[in-house]
Design a protein around this ligand. Structure first.
Ligand code: GUN
Ligand code: FE
Length: 423
């Protein structure tokens, strides 16, 4: 079946792999068969017959990818922000996630999450559910009907949480995961991702089983790494055979085709390991400040050539708006300059890159308007929503949208060439 072909006219901006921002005022973005053909200053004759959507004066940018979000935590975002990670998990998170055993609770809560996510700037996401298979499959169906594209993980945990939120054995966790993998296959646009919650939640036996499953079915992985000093110290006790927290994942083959959220406290060995494995770092600045976790050295990671994208990490983070997360990434990098000796903060171009191509590339050719990229597109009526007396450049408009752009300015959202309903 052929995918949509069309042209969008407006003020176009996108990142290139070198993280620089390219723009075309009054340009034409051509999409053929769901893929970007190119950005042109005037419409080439050969595409004159395609449907043209005129968005003159509006900003046209790539869709944003949320590399780390917990769907079952959406209901308590903004509450319980008084504790650090391990206490926060035990006090607020585990009791809430346990409620997803009840399908009718899960159904209502996940409907709110899916509806809200659909209306955000996010076109692709990597999502943690809970360990409940039925509720997670219900979420997969709801996400699928939004038209967004997502990886969705059944959350693996078989130690260090209360009985009410723990698989009784590694064997049962692996069995449910196998069933989950079979059943999610029939749900369009929602793909499975192995999701060991973090090392403290998973026995070596479970990790080993997941490592085998990863190889057998060629699955990606998502987890948490080096988020908080107490967590890092705990992993040292739990995995005395590992040379570092990252190594404790690597021993089970968990760093390849994988996203590790946070990475605030990577040591030099871990940085080199993640770089060599091509691991994606999901930078979650909102969560890192809310849970008083720390500030990841993202500028350094980018300069080293590591893959980095953004994660909202709701409910550690409180906002699904990834433009806002991008501005927080800049602000947090300035706190590193102030207090941790960094030479320079992230700039707006780099933050925009993180939200678009930085994270998008985990999904393949996603997050840019270069030829051959999947057509994930946002149309923003920024000048109407936020009029200015000044004659703003496209970079000025992108930059200020990072700081105060809201979903009310989102006029069109397109994923892999298909329009998403925003009502
Ligand atoms: N580490 C393990 N589980 C979680 C979680 O749910 N949120 C965050 N931020 N970190 C975690
Ligand atoms: Fe998280």
């Amino acid at each position: 079946m052929s995918k949509p072909s069309f042209v969008l006219h407006g003020d176009i901006a996108y990142s290139k792999p070198d993280r620089s921002l390219t723009s075309q005022k009054d340009g034409y973005l051509v999409v053929v068969n769901g893929l970007i053909k190119g950005v042109y200053p005037s419409l080439p004759k050969e595409y004159a017959g395609l449907p043209l959507h005129d968005h003159a004066g509006r900003l046209i940018v790539p869709g944003l990818s949320d590399l780390h979000v917990h769907a079952p935590q959406y209901g308590f975002r903004g509450n319980g922000m008084d504790l650090k990670l391990l206490e926060w998990l035990n006090t607020y998170t585990f009791p809430e996630e346990a409620k997803y055993q009840d399908l009718s609770y899960a159904d209502k809560a996940y409907q709110i999450f899916a509806d809200d996510l659909r209306k955000t700037f996010t076109t692709r996401a990597c999502i943690f559910a809970t360990l409940h298979k039925k509720a997670t499959l219900a979420l997969a169906k709801k996400l699928s009907s939004t038209g967004l594209i997502a990886y969705l993980g059944l959350v693996e945990m078989d130690r260090n949480s209360p009985d009410y939120l723990r698989f009784p054995s590694a064997e049962k966790a692996l069995e449910d995961t196998e069933t989950y993998l079979k059943e999610i296959k029939d749900i369009p646009n929602i793909y499975p991702i192995l999701t060991p919650r973090f090392t403290p939640s998973c026995t070596d036996e479970l990790m080993e089983g997941l490592g085998e499953m990863k190889k057998k079915y060629h699955l990606p992985v998502q987890s948490h790494l080096d988020e908080n000093p107490s967590e890092v110290a705990w992993v040292k006790e739990l995995a005395p055979w590992s040379s570092s927290y990252a190594d404790a994942y690597d021993k089970f083959g968990m760093l390849e085709d994988s996203i590790m959220a946070h990475c605030v406290y990577l040591n030099e060995e871990e940085k080199a390991l993640l770089l060599s494995r091509g691991t994606y770092v999901a930078h979650c600045p909102d969560s890192n400040i809310n849970l008083t976790s720390g500030i990841a050295p993202i500028k350094e990671y980018l300069e080293k050539g590591m893959h980095v994208g953004l994660g909202s990490d709701v409910a550690g983070g409180t906002h699904l708006n990834l433009f806002y997360q991008a501005s927080l990434a800049i602000q947090m990098s300035k706190a590193r300059v102030l207090y941790l000796g960094d030479k320079a903060p992230l700039n707006a171009e780099e933050a925009f890159y993180l939200a678009t191509l930085g994270g998008g590339s985990f999904f393949g050719k996603v997050g840019s308007f270069l030829e051959g990229y999947e057509a994930d597109i946002l149309v923003l009526d920024d000048l109407k929503a936020y009029p200015s007396i000044k004659d703003l450049s496209i970079l000025d408009r992108v930059e200020r949208f990072l700081y105060f752009g809201e979903e009310s300015a989102l006029k069109e959202k397109i994923v892999a060439g298909n329009p998403i309903g925003l009502k």
